[in-house]
Design a protein around this ligand. Structure first.
Ligand SMILES: Nc1ncnc2c1ncn2[C@@H]1O[C@H](COP(=O)(O)OP(=O)(O)O)[C@@H](O)[C@H]1O
Ligand SMILES: [Mg+2]
Length: 262
């Protein structure tokens, strides 16, 4: 295999021999990869290739085989809901908002993990508590802006803002109060033109800021533009891993995937 099968730096997240079965069906088998800080790993493959199963397997959302290491620590047995506090965060394919909360309140709701524990908040004087709340609001607004959700949308309901901005909001909410590893499943779904360009720029910026990202994506233009390395799945197996240039000229990929899609 080429140099493309290892990240340039120390891996932040490493999965070994991931496997997922649904009854008799083998959805994913012996898939291994790793991702470093400031690196974006793309996962592509035709429908049913096992991309979402792989995504769910990493974050313990499905019963799976294999091992997961986060910053050198074996987190295989850490349950899904305890991974975010360790810096591994994920977005969901559908826009998962609190529909009756404003955009700002949605952001505040996912930032609590860094805005002070509920215990310390409960024993603060009202003055300290309100100061802390103001700091949280400020941090939430800054995060939204950083992720391309402008202040004109902060007081609106998530469903009342443009679709492209809803997708950016999904990424912001997944990131929450901070992350070392961010996983996105088809962030570009339903996007076109200008919105796709905004998403591309956002992903490149997050990468420059040192975030490790795993992005499942259908849009070849998007993934080829943002990924450092790409894992190609087909029928539950990894058929290629390498830089965008490497996988684009890989015979197995051309035959099994791009050829079929063309
Ligand atoms: N919950 C499930 N129960 C049974 N089969 C499933 C389930 N989820 C996915 N599959 C099957 O597993 C395979 C991989 O699916 P998936 O991981 O969703 O692929 P992708 O995201 O690449 O389209 C497919 O054959 C799919 O039909
Ligand atoms: Mg999928």
């Amino acid at each position: 295999m080429t140099a493309g099968n290892r990240p340039a730096g120390e891996p932040v997240l490493e999965v070994k021999d991931l496997g997922v079965r649904y009854g008799e069906l083998v959805a994913l088998e012996a898939v291994s990869w790793s991702v470093a800080a400031g690196e974006l790993l793309g996962i592509i493959g035709p429908n049913g290739a096992g991309k979402s199963s792989c995504y769910d397997a990493v974050t313990a959302m499905v019963k799976r085989q294999g091992r997961v290491h986060l910053r050198g620590e074996d987190v295989t047995d850490v349950p899904a809901h305890r991974l975010p506090e360790r810096g591994l965060k994920r977005a969901f394919q559908q826009n998962a908002f609190f529909h009756d909360l404003s955009v700002l309140d949605n952001m505040l709701a996912v930032m609590h993990d860094t805005a002070g524990s509920s215990l310390s908040t409960s024993i603060l004087t009202p003055w300290r508590a309100s100061q802390r709340r103001a700091a949280s609001v400020e941090q939430a607004r800054m995060t939204l802006e950083r992720f391309g959700v402008g202040s004109e949308y902060h007081e609106r309901l998530p469903t009342a803002i443009p679709y492209g901005t809803q997708r950016m909001l999904s990424v912001a909410l997944a990131f929450g109060g901070g992350a070392q590893v961010l996983m996105l499943d088809e962030p570009g779904a339903g996007l076109g033109g200008e919105d796709m360009e905004r998403l591309t720029q956002l992903l490149l910026t997050l990468k420059r800021d040192g975030l490790a990202m795993i992005v499942i994506e259908h849009h070849m233009d998007l993934i080829m533009a943002v990924a450092d390395r790409i894992v190609v799945l087909d029928q539950g197996r990894c058929i290629a891993i390498g830089t965008p240039a490497e996988v684009q000229r890989d015979r197995a990929v051309l035959e099994a995937y791009l050829g079929r899609a063309a």
